[in-house]
Write a new protein. Structure first.
Ligand code: WTA
Length: 657
């Protein structure tokens, strides 16, 4: 985002003070900040002991050998017991854990904690029969159906790490992730439904597994009923093996630092990173942040996090945080317009949703469809709104507050990352006065700084790089199979601090505003993708010589992918050929990575702007893509290249959107 835009926001900033009614019932009051700050490690230790059920209560809190942390290391527990069994044992078995709502209108099922325990136990028994043992990695590639959550919890119950791969990823991306984590098992479905249409998943698994020789078994849920190809040695139907298992399973206890899951995310290189999370610290942060940030009342609230379980938001705020806290949730398979553009509002009205957590890109889409649609529904059950995934523009924030929250719900803009495991910067409802577009303050027990290029703290009214200056319980324990890359990526830029890759600004009151990524990571509709990952896919096409990819700002998706491509001599054809080729290249990227990586625009150009040392000047290309005045071009080998690209871009704008 540009500086001038931010200044404009700051000028028009309004502050919303929490209502007396909200303050009176809030889980947090202002004393939480000084309490946590007095001794953050001890504060987290208290959260861990209060919020989780331990088999062996830890005597330790933090061990810190930068950048390696362990939390609560001598404690033992079982994540699935914390999410399910203990609620049933505590007499809450008949509370609904999930109201699952299908993509297809009218398809729904409510699952109590008791049902969930039986389902997780059966699935765990089935995984044991298939040969899964503690320490294994299990890939999960599924639509948003109850079995996806059950599969995650069944793995956790056995001490096997799950690696959930978003169902929108293509076969090659799936294969890369399976191989990198050396998964020996895959749990999938024949397919899922999207806007009423059956979309297959199993064929992508079959294709991926051609290059994954170590996968022994594939467990397949029948969801769509479409015909799938079958390898009888390898493939097992979920209904054949899971349904006949006992509905009880004796859980084992695991050390706090047992790996709970691997989650792949894009960094600045072509290869995605397997971010590792362990059990005790991660669950502590997921549960504590869920409790305070969303002000949850487990006996009353109906929470709805609209993310897919294929992303970290789904892990922390559909599965581990809310289930640890024993709340009731919505699990929705569809998109905001599955069965009509009013679908979300119908769900909120029907189930009395109280807490909604979604992404700015979804809010902007709903906004585009118009406020008349939500106005037709009774949304008065809502009492809190959250946002995550990208900077939220004040217009979207205000629309959310007014037209969804009826001007009565606090809005919490929450900043965090796959690597942080849980929310790090956020207002606390009932405590913090909020500003549209600002994430405001570090969560209690979290230490944040905004620093300049030399690592010096900036003052109020200034911007810089966002860093975390002390370890926190949910922090990633590293990158799967690559400890050096972990230290190098996050801990060397500002020695002793974690560098998030984001820019941030402190306003004149010292409140935090996120400014987007400062590296080559793009954020498309809240999905992280690296520019190199997309470039890599493009140069994998036989026609492409070189590619440079930038994230250009986009009204709805936050950023959109714009690619500048030079062709091999053999592929330089006439205009018509080129239009067809652009089309083909966009489809190629979608098929190699995912439809979310499909470039909005591809500009074919005879040359790319390079510095004398041969580096592609992405900054200039971003200026071109965002139609901004061009920056300094004096370091280029040939300054006329950018002007030429600019002309090409203008001539082709809108061509292939
Ligand atoms: C961005 C998603 C501004 C940021 C939980 C971060 C945000 C990346 C916000 C992590 C926010 C997330 N305001 N930017 N409230 N939340 N981001 O790993 O650039 O998919 O580094 O985790 O999303 O994306 P990830």
């Amino acid at each position: 985002m540009s500086e001038t835009k931010l200044e404009a926001w700051l000028d028009e900033t309004r502050t919303f003070v929490p209502s007396a009614a909200f303050v009176a019932q809030a889980n947090a009051d202002a004393s939480i900040y000084p309490e946590a700050a007095a001794d953050p490690v001890a504060w987290w230790g208290r959260q861990a002991r209060e919020r989780l059920t331990w088999d062996v209560v830890p005597s330790q809190n933090l061990e810190w050998n930068s950048p390696q942390a362990t939390w609560f290391a001598d404690g033992t527990l079982n994540a699935s017991v914390n999410c399910v069994d203990r609620h049933v044992a505590g007499g809450l078995g008949s509370r609904v854990a999930f109201h699952w709502v299908g993509d297809i209108d009218g398809e729904a099922v409510s699952i109590t904690y008791e049902d969930l325990l039986a389902r997780v136990s059966r699935a765990a028994n089935a995984l044991v029969e298939l040969g899964v043992v503690a320490g294994d990695r299990v890939a999960i590639y599924m639509p948003m159906i109850p079995e996806a959550v059950v599969a995650m919890l069944a793995c956790a119950r056995l001490g096997a790490a799950h690696s959930v791969v978003f169902g929108g990823f293509a076969a090659e991306a799936l294969a890369d992730r399976i191989v990198d984590a050396d998964c020996h098992f895959v749990i999938t479905a024949d397919g899922g439904f999207r806007r009423g249409v059956a979309t297959p998943l199993k064929p992508a698994v079959d294709e991926a597994l051609l290059s994954c020789p170590n996968v022994r078994k594939v467990l397949v849920v029948r969801r769509t009923g479409e015909k799938v190809s079958w390898d009888p040695q390898r493939d097992v139907w979920w209904h054949d093996i899971v349904e006949r298992q006992s509905s009880t399973h004796q859980p084992e206890s695991f050390p706090a630092e047992q790996v709970l899951y691997v989650m792949y995310t894009s960094g600045t290189t072509a290869r995605p990173k397997g971010i590792l999370h362990t059990t005790g610290g991660y669950l502590t942060q997921a549960a504590t942040t869920h409790y305070y940030v969303f002000d949850v009342k487990p006996d009353r609230d109906v929470c709805w996090t609209s993310a897919d379980i294929g992303w970290v938001t789904g892990h922390s705020y559909i599965v581990y945080g809310p289930l640890t806290n024993g709340v009731t949730q919505i699990l929705f398979e569809g998109t905001p317009d599955s069965g009509g553009r009013d679908r979300w509002w119908r769900i909120i009205e029907q189930y009395g949703v109280t807490i909604l957590y979604t992404a700015p890109t979804a809010i902007r889409t709903l906004m585009k469809w118009g406020e008349d649609i939500p106005a037709n529904f009774d949304l008065s059950s809502l009492r809190l709104l959250g946002s995550v995934g990208e900077p939220i523009n004040p217009e979207a924030w205000m629309w959310y507050r007014e037209h969804v929250g009826g001007n009565a719900c606090p809005v919490v803009d929450t900043w965090w990352q796959t690597e942080t495991g849980g929310i790090m910067i956020t207002p606390l409802p009932g405590v913090t006065a909020t500003k549209p577009g600002a994430a405001m303050r570090p969560f209690p027990g979290i230490s944040i700084d905004v620093v300049d290029g030399d690592g010096i703290s900036v003052g109020n009214g200034e911007g810089g790089y966002l860093t975390v200056t002390a370890p926190w319980p949910g922090m990633t324990r590293g990158i799967y199979g690559d400890p050096e890359r972990f230290a190098e990526t996050y801990w060397t830029r500002f020695p002793g601090s974690y560098f998030a890759g984001d820019g941030a600004k402190r306003d004149l009151d010292g409140d935090l505003w996120l400014l987007g990524r400062v590296d080559d990571v793009m954020n498309i509709s809240g999905h992280r993708l690296s520019t190199t990952e997309v470039e890599h896919a493009l140069v994998g096409h036989p026609a492409v010589a070189e590619a440079a990819v930038v994230g250009a700002s986009d009204e709805t998706t936050g950023q959109a992918i714009v690619a500048f491509v030079t062709l091999k001599l053999s592929h330089l054809g006439d205009e018509a050929d080129q239009a067809a080729l652009v089309h083909e290249l966009r489809a190629h990227v979608a098929s190699v990575i995912s439809p979310i990586a499909r470039p909005r625009q591809i500009i074919l150009t005879p040359e790319l702007p390079k510095t004398r040392s041969g580096k592609i000047m992405r900054r200039l290309l971003r200026d071109v893509a965002e139609q901004r005045a061009l920056g300094d071009v004096t370091t280029l080998t040939d300054p006329t290249v950018v002007a030429m690209i600019d002309r090409l871009m203008a001539a082709h704008s809108g061509d292939d959107a």
